[in-house]
Design a binder for this molecule. Structure first.
Ligand SMILES: Cc1cc2nc3c(=O)[nH]c(=O)nc-3n(C[C@H](O)[C@H](O)[C@H](O)COP(=O)(O)OP(=O)(O)OC[C@H]3O[C@@H](n4cnc5c(N)ncnc54)[C@H](O)[C@@H]3O)c2cc1C
Length: 387
């Protein structure tokens, strides 16, 4: 696909997000109701196959275009970007490490949105420390029998497939050598959870309307042929390898949200008057707007730079980590400064800005907490610059 086609896609998404996403955000967020109509539109736009190879029915977009799409949507409402982000992380694991037969079987259906889902890593006692997971898959003939629990799994109620990280050898040393990734179709033909799986939706502070759930597996059976890559013990590396794209996505969400909060603040500051003039004319407000604008621009450029490194096939864990850290903190900063600019109205559920404030904090947690990002950045710095 040529550069001008990429520009056309970004322009079309920007128009769609302003026309379709923005007007729906407040109601779905308040009601915590799933945006089924937006999902149907996202299928038509090809977003569920955005980064899946054209050979497997996707759009095969580079990270630089994909991150631009995410920014344009998150600028109005961040939550819908989560519907295709963890879905595409699962697809990326399959695309990079699945067998040819597995790619043929699932990637086309994922690209069309017929199969939609995410990636199930986190457990009640293991988030950052992934090697500490306890969900166990025991081989029984031509099936695995899964027992254990996952939590905070996005797209697990309205979706129908998951990349499920399990231990196939709980005694392996190091523990990561005993981890495997299963591709799980979670629902039967009638749409009900398959036997052995219980799903409980979690109530969240922000990122509402999107399903994030707790999952309990009890003697849940998965065909052995669903072991991604057909080899046990590779799950940790298969998963971690997908996180660079995930971090670029979260960075783009942060950058988009920071921009959206700034847009709202600039408009409000010109409408709201105190002491006979728009508050935008007060220097205290201008200092805020200036600082926000600088961080928005820096976040945008960091996302571009990480995406360009990813597209060039360069190692970019440090660049993706820096972009993710900076852009998510920019989102939190801009949302809070915008809240101050909105004064009392920031506290009203009738204004959009309070949603940005609630949603932004998630970006500091997802795809590796910002504490861990800084540790990863420092480790990379040391590795790349030996004394
Ligand atoms: C809305 C939402 C959606 C999510 N969606 C998904 C999903 O789809 N799939 C999925 O698998 N997970 C998902 N998660 C889980 C998310 O990835 C984890 O919450 C995150 O990785 C942090 O893990 P934890 O919550 O267990 O925190 P912990 O790992 O318990 O960390 C607690 C605190 O300790 C800090 N910390 C931990 N270890 C270190 C260390 N070595 N050095 C310094 N500081 C450290 C952390 O930075 C954090 O501040 C989601 C979470 C949320 C809130």
């Amino acid at each position: 696909m040529a550069a001008d086609e990429h520009a056309l896609i970004l322009d079309a998404i920007a128009k769609w997000a302003a026309a379709e996403v923005r007007p729906r955000a407040m109601q779905h967020d308040h009601e915590d109701s799933y945006p089924h109509d937006l999902v149907e539109q996202m299928k038509e736009l090809g977003l569920f196959g955005a980064t899946i190879d054209a050979e497997h029915g996707g759009l095969g977009l580079p990270a630089s275009v994909y991150s631009g799409i995410v920014e344009e949507i998150a600028r109005h409402w961040m939550a819908p970007t989560g519907i295709f982000n963890s879905h595409l992380i699962a697809a990326s694991c399959l695309q990079r490490t699945g067998t040819e037969e597995q790619k043929r079987r699932w990637l086309g259906r994922m690209a069309s949105g017929e199969l939609r889902g995410g990636i199930a890593l986190t457990e009640p006692d293991a988030g950052t420390d992934l090697a500490g997971i306890r969900t166990h898959a025991r081989r029984d003939g031509d099936e695995y029998v899964v027992n254990g629990g996952k939590t905070w799994i996005t797209n697990s109620l309205h979706g129908n497939c998951l990349g499920l990280l399990v231990k196939t050898d709980p005694d392996a040393a190091p523990p990561r050598a005993g981890m495997s990734l299963l591709f799980v179709e979670t629902r039967d033909a009638a749409g009900a959870p398959k036997p052995g799986l219980r799903i409980r939706k979690l109530e969240k502070l922000g990122y509402r309307a999107i399903d994030t759930c707790e999952l309990a597996f009890e003697d849940f059976r998965v065909p052995a042929e669903n072991l991604i890559g057909a080899e046990e013990g590779r799950g940790f590396y298969q998963t971690v390898g997908g996180l660079e794209l995930g971090r670029i996505n979260v960075a783009a969400r942060g950058s988009g949200m920071a921009r959206g909060a700034l847009d709202l603040a600039v408009r409000y500051a010109q409408e709201r008057k105190t002491f006979g003039k728009p508050i935008a004319q007060h220097q205290a407000i201008q200092l805020k707007l200036g600082e926000m604008a600088a961080r928005v621009e820096a976040a945008r450029l960091l996302v571009r730079s990480a995406a360009a490194a990813f597209d060039a096939g360069e190692r970019c864990d440090m660049e993706a980590g820096i972009a993710k850290y900076f852009a998510s903190e920019a989102a939190v900063f801009c949302a809070e400064e915008a809240m101050r600019i909105f004064g009392g109205y920031s506290y009203s559920k009738e204004y959009d800005i309070e949603r940005y404030y609630r949603d932004a904090l998630l970006m500091c947690i997802g795809e590796g907490t910002n504490e861990m990002q800084r540790i990863i950045i420092a480790r990379q710095l040391i590795e790349r610059n030996p004394a």
